[in-house]
Write a protein that binds this ligand. Structure first.
Ligand SMILES: [Zn+2]
Length: 430
């Protein structure tokens, strides 16, 4: 019998590790209680004190801020630029699976916060090679994105001699209560390897085709410890100093800065990964195969804790969304040069045998799905039963939602079709 939290929907099968107390409440729910007991105005003052020594008077950057075209980026920028009054160098890793909303959000962010911005574009052929190896060997198509997003800011900090990186929430704290807010944990290479990268360092990515070279993995390598130490580099998480609430934050960003969300089949949350075609699609299916649950469960647990969903509402949403087919599989197949059946074969090889039983060739069933659980799982098979989301989520841009489905590999800065050319005015050059 798999143990479940009596408050949220997490079970003991969680890749970040989770514990349960005598009341059957999980560590994530317990640490969440701190959000309503800590004195956040004191913690904000602590943050101001932490960043004060990094403010530079000369024409240099005070900090590096990693962003994407989704998740909390506008919120983090608002805090850094408008409230802490720091001068950031903003960096993003191009994941290549960009949606029009993600590209529009990145463009919006650059304009609204009036900042310098660096986008890292790793050679797409190399990215595909690594994706193929990581998918085949580890059942993970997102490794280059996670590795790139977590290392590019660190590389830039070392290269540009900027000793502070400001991140948003800490995933381990938010999901499973790995730390207390009061521990004020900072960025570490160890956490990146163990959790962001699922224990796989770039050097382990070689093979099975043996066509990955050291040079291919160069962009994903963490800078030398001696360089980080010489710089005195620190990475702070805003979630330790502010009452972190992604939905409330996104609401504010939609209203104040025009942040755009995207509706996706495997989740009710239009904000978190609005910039990516595969995070809530194929990548999420792999999460489901390996850990028995999808991203929607993380989001639903968060919403239970914030009091916006009851446990029953959350369970219904999770059951429905976890049963949905991933969208835009064809785009990924075309990008990687594989066919959908071959891809399914590879994905199936990575199903967790503790969770799935192969009852016939290529047919899998969840082992614990019987009785009530099976009935709940069954609801997702009927699209018309899609449960209503009891949380108001503004931010869908109907014009961008009409843009054809394709990866925008290099952002053009505008996602909507360009306006028709205006007739030439008085200034003529030819
Ligand atoms: Zn819980």
């Amino acid at each position: 019998m798999v143990k479940s939290c009596t408050r949220c929907l997490y079970t003991e099968i969680h890749p970040l590790g989770i514990t349960f107390d005598a009341q059957g409440v999980c560590s994530g729910c317990r640490i969440h209680e701190e959000k309503d007991t800590l004195d956040w105005s004191t913690r904000w003052k602590m943050l101001e004190q932490e960043v004060a020594p990094y403010r530079r008077s000369e024409a240099r950057y005070d900090c590096i801020v990693p962003v994407s075209g989704a998740k909390d980026a506008h919120f983090i920028m608002d805090i850094v630029v408008n409230r802490l009054r720091l001068k950031p160098l903003v960096v993003a890793y191009n994941k290549y699976f960009n949606t029009p909303e993600g590209i529009a959000n990145l463009a919006n962010l650059r304009i609204k916060f009036n900042v310098d911005f660096q986008l890292k574009n790793v050679n797409p052929h190399v990215v595909k090679k690594i994706t193929r190896a990581s998918l085949y060997k580890y059942g993970n198509m997102y490794w280059p994105v996670l590795a790139g997003e977590s290392v590019f800011p660190v590389q830039t900090a070392v290269m540009m001699d900027v000793p502070l990186i400001i991140w948003g929430g800490h995933q381990g704290l938010e999901q499973v209560g790995m730390f207390s807010h009061t521990h004020a944990v900072e960025m570490s290479r160890r956490y990146r390897k163990d959790h962001d990268l699922f224990g796989i360092e770039p050097a382990e990515m070689n093979g099975p085709f043996d066509d990955l070279s050291e040079e291919d993995l160069l962009n994903y390598r963490y800078p030398a410890f001696s360089d980080i130490e010489a710089l005195g580099l620190r990475g702070l998480y805003l979630g330790n100093f502010l009452r972190w609430d992604p939905v409330a934050q996104h609401h504010q960003m939609v209203k104040e800065f025009g942040y755009r969300g995207r509706a996706q089949a495997r989740t009710f949350d239009i904000y978190d990964h609005a910039d990516c075609y595969i995070h809530s699609g194929l990548h999420d299916v792999l999460k489901y195969y390996k850990h028995g649950y999808g991203k929607v469960r993380d989001q639903a647990c968060r919403e239970i804790r914030h009091g916006r969903l009851t446990r029953t509402q959350a369970a219904t949403l999770v059951a429905w969304h976890e049963a949905q087919e991933p969208e835009n599989v064809d785009l990924f197949c075309e990008w990687l040069g594989v066919d959908a059946r071959g891809l399914r074969f590879i994905l199936n090889r990575h199903r967790n045998p503790h969770i799935w039983a192969e009852t016939a060739p290529d047919t899998f069933h969840r082992k614990e799905n019987s009785g009530a659980a099976a009935q709940i799982a069954d609801i997702g098979k009927h699209p018309e039963t899609r449960p209503a989301v009891p949380i108001v989520m503004p931010g869908i841009d109907p014009e961008i939602a009409q843009v054809p489905q394709e990866y925008i590999t290099i952002g053009r800065g505008v996602a909507t079709p360009p306006p028709p050319p205006k007739p030439s005015g008085p200034t003529r050059f030819l």
